[in-house]
Each structure stands twice: as C-alpha cells, then as structure tokens.
Design a binder for this molecule. Sequence first.
Ligand code: IPM
Ligand code: MG
Length: 367
Amino acid sequence: MAHKLLLLPGDGIGPEIMAQAVKILNWLRDTRGLKLEMEEELVGGASLAVHNHPIRDEVIAKAKEVDAVLFGSVGDPKWKDVPFDRRPEVAILKLRKDLNLYANLRPAQLFDPLLSASALKPDVVRGLDLMIVRETVGGIYFGEPRGIKTLPDGSRVGINTEVYTTSEIERVARVAFELARLRQGRVCSVEKCNVMESGLLWKEVVTDLHQRDYKDVELSHMLADNCAMQLVRAPRQFDVIVTGNLFGDLLSDLASMLTGSLGMLPSATLGSVNENGKRAALYEPIHGSAPDIAGKNIANPLAQILSLAMLLRYSLKRLEDAALIELAVSKVLESGLRTADIATDGVKAVSTEEMGEAVLKTLAKLA
Ligand code: IPM
Ligand code: MG
C-alpha cells in the first residue's frame, strides 16, 4: 500500500523549501522503493488569494485522511489587516485543532559543523540535544473568553485566556515521558505556577502522572522565565522539556538559536492514535514564512528536509531513510556548505536550490 502524503507549502519561503523536500521524496520513491501518493494544496495567504479563506474544509478533510501532512509555513504581511479568524496563520492553528494534534515535538540538536554559528560559546552548546514537547491545541491560543471588547466607557480591552484541563495536560505529559524513556530519561516540566492557576494545575497533574506511571523517568519542574534563562546559561542540563502552548512557542524559538539558526529546526506534531492504529501527524519547520527573504532562493531548506526525516521516522516508520537524510544533512554541513542564515564571516553562502541539490547528491552517494 502506498503512503499518502499531503503537502502544504503555504506562504513566503514555504514553496521554495518544500520544493527541496519534494526532490528528496521523489528520490526515495524512485530509488528506495518508497510507495507514495502525494497531493498538494494551498494554505495560508496563498489560499486566501485564490479561495478567500486560509484553509478550506476540503483541505482539512484531506489532512485527516492521509498518513501524514508535510507543512511549509504560513504568514504574509499582505493580510495583516484582515480579521483574526481569516489570517493566514489560521491554517496551521485550525489544522492543529481539527486534527487534534496536541503534542508538538521540537528537537534542538546542534550539528557539530555549526558550532561557530551558534550565538553561544562552543563550550556551552557542544553536543546539545534537547527536545521541547509543546502542547498545541490548548492554552491561551484557544482559551475562551477572547477578543477585543469595548467597555461602556468607550475604552477597549484585549482578552485572551489560558485554559488547561487535566486530560489535556496528562496526554501531552505522557508523550514527554515516553520520549524521555527513549532518550536520557529526564523530563523538565515548565509553567508559571507562581502566578498562574493553570500552571499550578499543570504541575500537579504532571507530578501525579509521574508517580503513577513513570517513576523510572527523572522529573523536575521549572518556572518558564527561569527556563528561558537556563536555556542560555546551561542548555545541556535539559533532555525533554514539556510545556504549554505559549511558553513552548517562545522557548522553542529560543532553543533554535542555540543550534545556529531557526532555519535548521524541524518539528513533528502528533495527535492521538485512532481505531485503525493510525496517528494523525503534521511535520513542519519551526521557522515562519520569512516574507523578507521569500522568492530570493536564499532560504535554508534544511529544517524542511529534517521535518521530512521526522515524518519518515514517526509516521511511515522508515527509520533507515530518516537516518540517511539526517546523515546526508550533517555531511553537507561538514563539507562546508552554508545558506546565508548559517554562513559565518567570509563564507560564501549557497542558494536554497544548491543546498537541496547537495543533500540529494550526498544521499545518492550514501545509499
Ligand atoms: C509556530 C508559529 C505559529 C505559532 C504561528 C505561525 C501561528 O510561531 O509554529 O511556532 O505561534 O504556533
Ligand atoms: Mg513560533
């Protein structure tokens, strides 16, 4: 049976970097016996321009039906004045919500050749390999009440609400504990229980679950602001970090710069397993659409390519292909090739396409 994939390149640099991942998919199909059925759809600003909506119901339906979604990025300043519920960003938020993709895995791993591209000293980041598990269908992104309201006196208030239920916390914590078992066996749970009730409940639920089912894993707790500081001071103290939607958004951007560039980091967002044993899943780079460099063929395609590797590992169970891609990426970096975002002084940067081609050539050599 062929694996069904839905490709959603989106806006900005999305289409350019997706094209590089597609080359690799085609190569896997042609030379490694990977049976594929691929479909592509518009999302974000690209969909707004044609269909007047950031994501059509048909696209959501397709996303539910396939084995995995490979997503590029959404966001385009052209649409900054449309109402919130029609912004390009709605595409990814609705996909997460409608497919119930609640656990966003954001690894921050430093490739040795990029040691000097990190904003931190080599001694602080050498060998860094941490995983942020970010909750993605709850918290302040979706909590009610929300909106901008006008008070009787004419002044306006902007409202968003942080809401977490016990089951929402427990299921994402479970993902973190399970992952830790396959890694270094340590989970750090992050909230702000000193000021937020939702954080207090978060801490209690994670602690209970740990006591019940995961005593073999080491659990620690940290306030989110301290975690931001610790990630810069001594990032290697972390193995798996589990946290809510908003803190996870911030901390994963922060963690990405430890590895040299936001352009390097992939992510996987997983839902629950359905009755057919299939787990809804979406894979995307953690960076955005980068409109300032879109269309210039200079964006780094590696986060998209590494997202494809995660897709192969977690959804298609093609572990060898996933490892091959990751090895090819590290070989290409070792050979000195750099896109502009990771090029250090004096190094001539290559284009998006050149980087994609280099990964492809290296794959052919390794296979
Ligand atoms: C991310 C992005 C999204 C988020 C945006 C595009 C809605 O920043 O995936 O980290 O805030 O979740
Ligand atoms: Mg973000």
